[in-house]
Design a protein around this ligand. Structure first.
Ligand code: ASP
Length: 322
């Protein structure tokens, strides 16, 4: 597929990349989402993309991504969708907070056509840090978004390019905060060039119609929660969720998808009551192998937070919330 267009659209959503601290050089005491994406682009050491490419800033939101929600996602999704349809746009960059970046990446990957590069990037240090990481990440993201091989959603941070299925925030502090677990990064950005170490992950729907639109009304999103299996876990939390009207529960199981017996009983009860239950693992590496004895459906090798998004989308497709 030929990627056309000469414009890279950089969508600002807030995050540490747009953060600033009162004390110059403070890497942790700052407020996320203070600087505009236009000012971040203006501060880059190069004035513009390599001709004939140009970048254009658009502010979508100004949030700390720990507070991401349905209305943020539906707005971002709608803008990405419009830009993907604009033939002047070659690729999209989303400057995002690190905390929920993997959730947004998975949501966009599962709901947008992979017809152009759509690159999420971020920073671990605010724009006011003595040595901020945002500028290089932005430059890498713009370069990746210009690369015709990079169709669909990807994430770039600290020079590593990650696929949405595998990417996960691993460190609360390190500049190279993201990893792709067993899979490893798809490639590396080096002086503006992508060096692939794995074939580019197959696009979910190259050239196809968008698989899903997202409701603009947050009330139309099904209620899906995550619970954790741990020592001394009990089923009361699950029972309370069911009574309150939850539609889906993802459980982060111990080890190979096993569950504390008290939690297991409550989850089986929830399933019996019509709540969709999916089992993931709280282990950061690998996937659940085989079928745990409890027989509850597995989350297709996804981490709990991504399994939650897949279940949300599944519930939206199967029976939209009235
Ligand atoms: N709390 C910030 C956010 O996710 C963290 C970051 O961007 O690194 O927006």
């Amino acid at each position: 597929m030929q990627v056309i267009g000469t414009k890279i659209v950089v969508l600002g959503t807030g995050g540490t990349i747009a953060g600033s601290s009162a004390r110059a050089g403070d890497n942790v005491g700052y407020r996320a989402g203070e600087r505009t994406v236009q000012s971040l682009l203006d501060a880059l050491p190069v004035a513009q993309g390599q001709p004939p490419l140009a970048w254009v800033a658009e502010q979508i939101a100004q949030i700390d991504s720990k507070d991401a929600d349905a209305s943020f996602w539906s707005q971002l999704h709608a803008r990405c969708r419009e830009h993907l349809q604009d033939e002047r746009v070659r690729g999209i960059v989303v400057a995002h907070g690190t905390d929920t970046l993997e959730e947004t990446a998975w949501l966009l990957a599962e709901t947008l056509p992979a017809t152009k590069p759509l690159v999420l990037t971020c920073a671990m240090r605010p724009a006011t840090a003595a040595s901020p990481d945002g500028p290089q990440n932005l430059l890498d993201a713009v370069a990746l978004a210009s690369d015709a091989r990079a169709l669909g959603v990807s994430v770039v941070c600290a020079g590593a390019v990650h696929a949405p299925r595998h990417v996960q925030k691993m460190s609360p502090y390190r500049v190279d905060a993201f990893g792709s677990g067993d899979a490893g990064p798809t490639g590396w950005m080096e002086e503006g060039r992508l060096r692939l170490v794995h074939p580019w992950p197959p696009a979910r729907s190259v050239g196809a119609e968008p698989p899903q639109t997202l409701p603009a009304d947050p009330g139309a999103w099904p209620w899906v929660e995550i619970v954790l299996s741990h020592a001394s876990a009990c089923g009361r939390q699950v029972d309370a969720l069911v009574s309150a009207g939850v539609r889906g529960i993802v459980v982060a199981g111990t080890g190979n998808g096993t569950l504390h017996h008290a939690l297991e009983v409550a989850l089986l009860r929830a399933q019996e009551a019509g709540v969709a239950v999916r089992v993931s693992t709280r282990c950061p590496l690998g996937v659940v192998v085989g079928r745990p004895a409890h027989g509850l459906p597995l989350a297709d090798g996804l981490s709990p937070v991504k399994a939650r998004i897949s279940l949300l989308l599944e519930l939206m497709r199967s029976s939209p919330t009235p």
